[in-house]
Design a protein around this ligand. Structure first.
Ligand code: DX5
Ligand code: ZN
Length: 234
């Protein structure tokens, strides 16, 4: 049994992605045609793809695990940044698997582990960008105590696509931008459409996750472009 553990400097991380971008969430995609759906939004300019992993414990639904992440990595190589949002208990037990599968960024919930600092360090040590997030009912106090490469503010309760945007989270977005400064992406996730994306941008968000507003639309590429325009993405 390993009784000593040291965290040296993290290895070189993957290059950061655009300062401001829309990240389509494949939760609402057609899984029988996943590569085709991702290709559609890439053609409209998407470079970040958001992958929602749910375990049936932290949130009631179960979605998918590392095999889907590795399938996307194999299909698209370095053309996409895989932004993996872990809605699972004890994420520290799964960091290596997702890093091996090809995640570029791994985001964990403050509510899912007592070992935040350790888990964020392990994510970096595995060569990924370390993201932290909070559910709508959780104050963002933990952010003052750990280093993050991405701060995600949930604008719905995690677990399901298609829920209405929780406008009362905009103050948290403002607070988060002030906490992390200009260089760290502040991501919003849930209920994002052209109208709410504009409000989030005004509050300081820079990465905009959208699932049903993109993949539930008749024309996902057009829907992506509409949200990107509203959010002020270049
Ligand atoms: C919710 C997920 C979201 C989800 C958002 O638990 O974290 O990423 O896909 O879906 P929409 O955009 O439909 O609210
Ligand atoms: Zn998500």
């Amino acid at each position: 049994m390993q009784r000593l553990r040291s965290f040296d400097a993290a290895p070189d991380l993957t290059p950061p992605r655009p300062g401001r971008c829309v990240a389509p969430s494949i939760l609402s995609a057609d899984f029988a045609n996943l590569a085709g759906q991702v290709r559609e939004v890439m053609a409209a300019g998407a470079t970040v793809i958001h992958c929602d992993v749910m375990d049936g414990h932290f949130v009631p639904p179960i979605t998918y695990g590392p095999v889907v992440v590795s399938a996307l990595r194999e299909e698209f190589g370095d053309e996409i940044f895989l932004d993996v949002h872990l809605m699972i208990e004890r994420p520290e037990l799964q960091v290596e698997e997702f890093a091996k599968a090809g995640a570029d960024g791994i985001t964990i919930h403050v509510e899912a582990t007592p070992h935040l600092d350790y888990t964020l360090s392990a994510i970096r040590q595995a060569g990924c960008r370390a993201g932290l997030t909070v559910c709508p009912g959780t104050p963002p106090d933990a952010f003052g105590w750990v280093e993050v490469d991405l701060a995600l503010i949930m604008t719905v309760n995690p677990g399901w696509g298609g829920q209405p945007f929780l406008r009362n989270q905009l103050d948290k977005v403002r607070q988060m931008r002030a906490t992390v400064g200009d260089d760290v992406p502040v991501e919003v996730d849930g209920g994002v459409n052209p109208d709410t994306a504009a409000e989030c941008a005004e509050a300081g968000a820079s990465w905009f996750v959208a699932g049903s507003a993109i993949f539930g639309a008749d024309d996902p590429a057009q829907a992506f472009s509409d949200i990107a325009a509203a959010a002020g993405c270049a």
